[in-house]
Structures are given as structure tokens and as C-alpha cells.
Design a protein around this ligand. Structure first.
Ligand code: MRU
Length: 346
């Protein structure tokens, strides 16, 4: 299963909207198609969105070179289209910045035409390959925190499907399992888009890792019964003080975990850190269509015309987070200094 990959025909990705009932792959041949795939959640999850955007930019530049367009102007237009897809996951903007740096460096070095387009394809493929390695390192860093025999609660999908492969939160689970630990997972279904029910349950079952699906409103009950040993979630953006944006409902899980003295871990690559923001207050929260709440698939479950709120993410305050697991190491609170040290590579 490849979440997203480069092929000669374009960016090929598994259509995550169709899972778990159908395994359908779609190939985006243009940057506009990649942008639409991100917007419509064919591809989702912060690192996977970043990789897809990089492939989209490479596709866009290839087309602009072939059409003989003014490249700096075309490149900006392509980047702006990508940047307008989804606002919360900073990995998207990280990937765009990295592709922009490559474009500028290559042009400054006199690279042009097909060679310039190829340089951007290579950079996008490097982002893809690095992401898998980064997830494995996050897994290694985090596995030590998960005791043998533990039951881990996770929210949303921070697995292979949310990254180029292996996953962040589920990468920690996978690494612990690879070390021979007996780990079981409780997966919150994650209303309204059901990433936990549709995606986390599917990918863990494929790997033979024991998974129990629960509704979001059952987490507190199982914590109270002593059935959860730790919580591990992914992140879409982490501010300098450790405040973390992740899928809506994460904050509720973190508050419950604190109430029951259960460790609450965030697992994320360094590309999810946004040190320009001091706190989570500055993180933009995406609002999605009311239909995601009023319908399950094509089935209406609420009266027509009802008012709906559908924020796709919430911010978990850093004081509810036990540790942040990155590929470079594990940060403990207060997070500001350790996160800056990790970012500086110390
Ligand atoms: O709306 P989504 O499905 O893109 O949201 C995904 C999440 O919130 C994930 O937990 C996050 O991106 C981390 S993925 C490694």
C-alpha cells in the first residue's frame, strides 16, 4: 500500500475516502488535480499532505516548462494554489517552502528547462523518501515510552496513511511491536470524518496489531476502567510552547487523560513544528463543510437546515502533554527550550 508516490504519469495516491470498503488508487496528472485531492481528502494527514503538495508543485513546473511559460510567475501561482488547499497542517507550508528554496537555488545556479523541472521532481521524491525514514526514527524514539503489554489509545489516523509510510503515532506502536512488545490499540472512531474507524482500524488490522474500535464518547469510560495505559496522537502544527493542533477531539482526550493520570504523548516530525508561533492561539483552524456532520456517507442523520459547526482541528494546551516525540528526540515540559534545541539540531 502506497499512500502517495511519484509515477511517470503523475502523483499516484490511494483514495482515502473509499477506505476501508474499496482500495482505489488515483493518479493526479496536474497540479490542480493534486490540490483538489488534498482539499477533498483523497490524501490527508499532515506529512502526507506535504509530500503530495511537493509532487503537485513538481507536476506544475513540468507543465509550465513544456508550455514555455514565465517560470517564476508560474511557480508562484502553483505554490499559491497548493497553499490555499488546507490551512492547519504546517507540513504543507514547510514542503512548499522547501520546493521554493530548491527552485530558487537551481535557477541561481543556471539550471533551466527540463533540467530545472527534473530538479524539482528529485526534491519532491527526496521529501517522500525522507518522510518514511523520519517516521521510523520517531518510532524508535517513542517505543521506549511504551511498556510491554500496554494498551494505547489513539485518535484520528496518524499512521502509514497519514505519512509517506509507517506513521507517527502508529509508527511508535509499530516500532514497539517490532521490538517484541505486546501492544494493543484502542482507536477512537473520530467523528465526523471517521479516520479512526475507517483508516486506523484498517491499517492496524492489515499489520496484525490488535485494535479495538470505540466511539469518541467512550474514551473516558475505558480510562476510568484502567484499560488505557497511554495515549499517542499525531499533530498538524505544534507551536513553540508545545501547544498542539490535531484532529478535533484530541483536546477532549488529553483532558480526560490528565484526569486519569494517563501519559499523553504527541508524535510528530520536526516539519510539524511552527516556532514562529509562540502559542497555539495563532494556529488557523480549518472549518469544513456541514455535510460531514449531517451525513454519514450519503445517509442524512440530522434534520435538513440545522445549524452546524465543523472545526476540523482543536488545540491541546501544552500543560496536558506529557512529552512530544520527534525524530530528533523526545521533548518534555516546559517545551519551549527543548523544542528550540531540537530545532537547532543540538
Ligand atoms: O483532517 P486530517 O485527516 O488531515 O487530519 C489528520 C490529523 O489530524 C492527524 O492526526 C495529523 O495530521 C497527524 S498525521 C501523522
Amino acid at each position: 500500500m502506497n499512500t502517495v508516490e511519484w509515477t511517470p504519469a503523475g502523483a499516484r495516491m490511494i483514495d482515502q475516502r473509499a477506505l476501508p470498503t474499496e482500495e482505489v488508487y488515483r493518479t493526479c496528472a496536474t497540479y490542480q488535480e493534486v490540490a483538489e485531492a488534498i482539499r477533498s481528502m483523497i490524501v490527508r494527514g499532515a506529512p502526507a499532505i506535504g509530500v503530495a503538495a511537493a509532487f503537485g508543485i513538481a507536476l506544475g513546473l513540468q507543465a509550465s516548462v513544456a508550455a514555455g511559460e514565465d517560470l517564476p510567475a508560474a511557480f508562484e501561482r502553483i505554490c499559491q494554489t497548493m497553499a490555499a488547499t488546507r490551512p492547519t497542517a504546517v507540513n504543507l507550508f514547510w514542503a512548499i517552502d522547501r520546493m521554493r528554496r530548491k527552485f530558487e537555488q537551481a535557477r541561481a545556479a543556471g539550471v533551466a528547462g527540463d533540467e530545472l523541472a527534473q530538479a524539482l521532481v528529485d526534491e519532491a521524491q527526496a521529501i517522500h523518501a525522507e518522510d518514511i525514514g523520519v517516521c521510523r526514527q520517531i518510532g524508535r524514539q517513542g517505543a521506549a515510552l511504551v511498556p510491554d503489554g500496554a494498551t494505547v489509545l489513539t485518535h484520528c489516523n496518524a499512521g502509514a496513511l497519514a505519512t509517506a509510510g509507517y506513521g507517527t503515532a502508529l509508527g511508535v506502536v509499530r516500532a514497539a511491536v517490532e521490538q517484541g512488545k505486546r501492544i494493543a490499540v484502542y482507536a477512537d472512531e473520530t467523528r465526523p470524518f471517521l479516520q479512526g474507524a475507517r483508516l486506523t482500524a484498517w491499517e492496524l488490522m492489515r499489520d496484525g496489531i490488535p485494535v479495538t474500535l470505540i466511539c469518541d464518547n467512550m474514551a473516558g469510560h475505558f480510562m476510568k476502567l484502567g484499560r488505557i495505559d497511554c495515549v499517542i496522537v499525531g499533530a498538524d502544527r505544534i507551536a513553540a510552547n508545545g501547544d498542539t493542533a490535531n484532529k478535533i477531539g484530541t483536546y477532549m482526550v488529553a483532558a480526560l487523560a490528565q484526569r486519569h493520570r494517563i501519559p499523553f504523548y504527541v508524535a510528530a516530525p520536526m516539519s510539524t513544528l511552527d516556532l514562529r508561533l509562540e502559542t497555539g492561539d495563532g494556529i488557523p483552524i480549518e472549518d469544513r463543510a456541514p455535510r460531514e456532520v449531517t451525513h454519514i456517507g450519503d445517509q442524512r442523520i440530522a434534520p435538513a437546515g440545522v445549524a452546524v459547526a465543523n472545526p476540523a482541528f482543536d488545540i491541546t494546551p501544552s500543560e496536558l502533554i506529557t512529552a512530544i516525540i520527534t525524530e530528533r528526540g523526545v521533548a518534555y515540559p516546559p517545551f519551549t527550550a527543548p523544542l528550540r534545541r531540537l530545532a537547532a539540531g543540538d
